[in-house]
Every structure is written in structure tokens, then in C-alpha cells.
Design a protein around this ligand. Structure first.
Ligand SMILES: Cc1cc2nc3c(=O)[nH]c(=O)nc-3n(C[C@H](O)[C@H](O)[C@H](O)COP(=O)(O)O)c2cc1C
Length: 216
């Protein structure tokens, strides 16, 4: 596919057909992440591929349990917000169980350049925090995941990037630990649901070029 077509065809996919993702295609998609740029070439990522329905269901349950625990605390103070929080998970998290593949991206905390020097120079924590705010590590993760979404389109698949369930990230990591994955110092950055899209996915409108670009 022409690169431009890949770019403009990409949409977030939340409804998938029953078709499998071929092993060789999955490898190509993961390899697109492998070659992504990263700050200081740290390649601060690790991808966990979940295909079994049982494990996906355990992850979904971990999110639901956490969602419910938070909603129950919010409910007495703001019932409408609690209902919206539950509804958000229903529409924007649980769908990944019907995707044939879920890729969970782990990362570690990447020390931004300048941070070590700030500490030696005795520059205050507030200024150091500003360096972390720009998180080069997470920017690198963005590059890797975007590479996967684009390669997926190129191979006839669709995906949806998920951070909306990150309030359950520690519980999800626990499920994956029980399943046999653990990596010292690494935590979940996001998940990517992947499969063959059902027809006619809908996407919200984008801002205009003028709204987001300034030429000086
Ligand atoms: C960092 C990031 C996190 C996202 N998290 C979620 C999510 O948790 N659930 C979801 O359904 N979509 C999620 N999305 C998809 C966005 O909602 C989607 O990209 C946006 O609405 C624009 O639609 P489009 O991707 O179809 O162009 C996420 C996208 C990004 C880039």
C-alpha cells in the first residue's frame, strides 16, 4: 500500500472480525516497533503478545474490578461521574477481548538528558520534574506503537491504542506476572488491540490544519 494511503486509512478499530492475525504478519507488525526511533537509542520497550481468550478475559476482569472499585468510591460524592466512568470502560476498554491479538507495551523510566547534570548542579526538584514532564521515554513508546498501527494497516489489519484503562495497569501487570511475564523496572505504558476490522469504522473529526499549525 502507498504510504500516504496507510496514513490516511488508519483509524482506531474497536470492532473486529473473527479472522486471525497471521503469525508472519504479527511478526512484521512487532518488527515495525523494533526499528522505531527512541531517545538516546534506548529502545526502552518490551512487547507482550496476548492471544489466548482466557488471558484476555482475565485482563478484562482486572480492569472491570478496578473500574468498579474506583466507581464505588466516586458514587457517593458524584453519582453521575461514577456512571460515566463505568460507561467509559464499557465502550472504550473491554472491546479488546474480541480482538484476536492484544499487545501490551511495557516501558521503564527513561532519565531525560540534563537530569543528571541538574542534580549535580543542585538545580531544584521542580525544574527536574519539568524535564520528566516531557518524558522522552514515553515519546519513544509513542513512536514504536505508531509504527505498529501503520504497519498493521499496511498488512490489512486495524488496531486501537489503549491507555484509558491504565488506572488498572498494576492489576494487569499482576495478571501477566501470573501468566509468566515480569521484567524488572518495567511497567505498562499502553495496550494495542489488533485484528481485521469490521466494515465502516467511525472516527471523530480532526482539527483543521490552521488550528494546529503556525508558520513563523
Ligand atoms: C495514546 C492514546 C490512547 C488511547 N486510548 C484509548 C482507549 O483507552 N480506548 C479507546 O477506545 N481508544 C483510545 N485511543 C484512540 C483514540 O480515541 C482515537 O485515536 C481518537 O479518538 C481519534 O480517532 P482515530 O484514531 O480513529 O483517528 C487512544 C489513542 C491514543 C493515541
Amino acid at each position: 500500500m502507498e504510504f500516504k494511503d496507510v496514513l490516511y486509512k488508519r483509524q482506531s478499530i474497536r470492532k473486529f472480525t473473527d479472522q486471525e492475525v497471521k503469525a508472519e504478519d504479527l511478526e512484521q507488525i512487532l518488527d515495525a516497533a523494533r526499528v522505531a526511533p527512541s531517545g538516546d537509542n534506548r529502545q526502552n520497550w518490551h512487547f507482550v503478545v496476548v492471544r489466548g481468550s482466557e488471558l484476555k478475559e482475565k485482563i478484562r476482569q482486572a480492569i472491570e474490578d478496578r473500574n468498579e472499585a474506583i466507581a464505588a468510591l466516586v458514587e457517593p460524592k458524584d453519582p453521575e461521574r461514577a456512571a460515566r466512568f463505568r460507561k467509559f470502560a464499557k465502550h472504550f476498554a473491554y472491546f479488546f477481548v474480541d480482538a484476536p491479538v492484544l499487545i501490551v507495551t511495557f516501558t521503564n523510566i527513561d532519565q531525560p538528558s540534563g537530569a543528571r547534570e541538574y542534580r549535580i548542579a543542585g538545580i531544584g526538584q521542580e525544574e527536574i520534574d519539568k524535564l520528566y514532564l516531557r518524558s522522552p521515554g514515553l515519546q519513544s513508546i509513542g513512536a514504536a506503537v505508531e509504527n505498529m498501527t501503520l504497519r498493521a494497516v499496511d498488512l490489512g489489519y486495524g488496531s486501537c491504542w489503549l491507555t484509558g484503562s491504565n488506572y488498572a495497569a498494576e492489576q494487569i501487570a499482576e495478571v501477566l506476572k501470573e501468566a509468566g511475564f515480569e521484567k524488572e523496572g518495567y511497567f505498562i505504558a499502553n495496550m494495542l488491540a489488533l485484528g481485521v476490522p469490521q466494515p465502516d469504522p467511525k472516527s471523530p473529526p480532526k482539527k483543521t490544519f490552521e488550528e494546529i499549525v503556525t508558520y513563523l
